[in-house]
Design a protein. Structure first.
Length: 137
């Protein structure tokens, strides 16, 4: 097994914030950057840009979560809070106890009672609201 300091760092989410974090980490380490859309992956690979920003040469784009988890022990999930739970469900089959997740997602995971929306809900309580760390658990 390779020393974890030799392994790439994974970043999930190729939006503005995920791309910025990937570029910062890539100054010192190889980064595997996950994007859901294959066209985004191809664009980053071919043009070395994303969302108008130059992408560091140490960044390898992929749309394969299994590949990212297999090659990275440290993973930064950086996706919008509205997609965080589904992304974690997609990623979880590939996670092992040695993985370290450091999320960079702001907001909450809100699950309202059946038939309610934010405007009509009168019984919103802590059981309906989870932090991203709680979603990861």
């Amino acid at each position: 097994m390779k020393n974890s300091s030799d392994k790439p760092v994974g970043v999930i989410g190729a939006g503005n914030f995920g791309s910025a974090i990937a570029n910062i980490i890539a100054l010192n380490r190889k980064v595997i950057l996950y994007a859901r859309d294959e066209k985004v992956v191809e664009h980053i690979r071919d043009k070395r840009t994303n969302r108008g920003h130059k992408m560091h040469e140490n960044i390898e784009p992929t749309n394969d979560l299994a590949y990212l988890a297999r090659n990275c022990e440290v993973i930064f999930p950086i996706v919008p809070s509205a997609r965080f739970r589904s992304m974690m469900k997609d990623l979880s089959p590939f996670l092992h106890p040695y993985h370290m997740l450091i999320h960079g997602t702001k907001g909450f995971d809100i699950k309202l009672p059946k038939g309610e929306n934010l405007e009509t809900c009168k019984t919103l309580n802590r059981s309906h609201v989870k932090t991203m760390s709680e979603v990861i658990r």
